[in-house]
Design a protein around this ligand. Structure first.
Ligand code: ADE
Length: 256
């Protein structure tokens, strides 16, 4: 998979070179290209923002640097305006442009799986009060544009959300996580939260690892884990439990 990230803070994306995703890049499973938006600013001060139309606090990102940047990154047009390829028509195979925004569609594990099947993702990280809406309207005529949100809170810009999305998607690519079985048991893969986990020592600060985990009874361990996952989901995320039962009223009774 190829991932392009456009940002005014390219250094923010440096952690993608660490750990599992760094290894994935060295193995050629993932290629991450980070671009500085200011390279497409038309003026010598490399300005990328201006005051909001209609007044109000903060700054809004200018359309021209973004328009140039996205055309260059998505279809190969250089900052000088030379076009490398004809822009594609928007459709199911058009390039996918992901825009981090607190008003985007919430990112879920199911969506991360869909994104992991894409050959290429382009992320446009806004700052300040956001990107002039015409950039997305214009892009939507040629690309698939998907604003996404990490959650119902506001970050200072899209970079942290881009890091999160690339990690969530990148770890699903074949070969990135050593043991694919470990992916299946995680929170959100079955629509529930994962059970608690323990390791050695058997007793630590007066707290014991639950006895069933040392029993050697695989079926009992599996039943205990499922029950713990259910309890945790009911306590912390009753919305997930309701969604699971709405989709399939027998979902929780099947193997108990
Ligand atoms: N940019 C600012 N806040 C955000 C959020 N919650 N999710 C994604 N991008 C954002």
């Amino acid at each position: 998979m190829r991932v392009d990230v456009v940002t005014v803070f390219p250094e923010y994306l440096a952690p993608l070179g660490l750990s599992l995703l760094g290894r994935a890049q060295r193995l050629g499973l993932l290629a991450v290209h980070v671009h500085d938006l200011r390279g497409w600013a038309p003026d010598r001060h490399r300005t990328v923002d201006d005051t909001p139309a209609g007044g109000g606090a903060g700054m809004v990102m200018l359309p021209e640097p973004w328009g140039r940047a996205l055309d260059a990154v998505l279809v190969g047009e250089g900052p000088d305006g030379a076009v490398g390829e004809r822009p594609p028509a928007a459709g199911p195979t058009a390039p996918l442009l992901l825009v981090p925004s607190p008003s985007g569609t919430p990112l879920t594990q199911a969506w991360a799986h869909e994104l992991a099947a894409e050959p290429r993702l382009v992320l446009a990280c806004g700052r300040y009060e956001g990107i002039d809406e015409r950039v997305l309207d214009d892009a939507a005529s040629r690309y698939r544009v998907e604003p996404f949100s990490l959650g119902d809170y506001v970050l200072n810009g899209g970079e942290v959300a881009a890091l999160a999305l690339v990690e969530a998607v990148g770890r699903l690519l074949p070969g990135v996580v050593g043991n694919p079985a470990s992916l299946e048991e995680e929170s959100h893969e079955q629509g529930l939260l994962e059970h608690p986990v323990y390791t050695r020592p058997a007793r630590w600060r007066g707290l014991d690892v639950p006895a069933v985990l040392s029993s050697g009874h695989h079926a009992e361990v599996a039943r205990w884990r499922r029950e713990q996952g259910l309890r945790r989901t009911a306590r912390r995320r009753p919305d997930l439990l309701r969604a699971l039962l709405d989709a399939d009223p027998t979902a929780l009774s099947a193997d108990d």
